[in-house]
Ligand binder design. Structure first.
Ligand SMILES: [Zn+2]
Length: 118
């Protein structure tokens, strides 16, 4: 079995940065195959972008359910990350605001209580 590097199915939710599971229909191109004059072959593929290029990886029927679960996990993981990034940005913003306030207070304090006029 030949496998191009980068086209293997990720085994964990961490290995998935984008993409999803899609059902695709196709004709295999063999003249004698039933798909030549009838129905398409159907199969599930994991389609994602790697370095800007779309990559399609076939998912065996027996693996579709388990893999879809991994994709769901990766989505939940990403949503969680987004939330925590948002939260830490919020915290950073508040920290900056309060340090700006502190600077203003320190400046006012200096202006009002410094005794270098003596
Ligand atoms: Zn066929």
């Amino acid at each position: 079995m030949k496998t191009k590097s980068g086209t293997l199915l990720p085994q964990t939710a961490d290995g998935i940065t984008n993409g999803g599971v899609y059902l695709q229909r196709r004709r295999c191109g063999k003249k004698n195959c039933w798909c030549a004059c009838g129905e398409y072959h159907t199969g599930f593929y994991f389609i994602r972008r790697i370095n800007g290029k779309f990559t399609k990886t076939y998912i065996r029927n027996s693996e579709v359910k388990a893999f879809a679960e991994i994709v769901n996990q990766s989505r939940a993981l990403k949503a969680e990350k987004r939330t925590s990034t948002k939260q830490s940005n919020e915290l950073l913003k508040r920290l900056r605001e309060s340090s700006r306030e502190y600077e203003q207070i320190a400046k006012l304090y200096k202006e009002n209580y410094s005794d270098d006029s003596s």
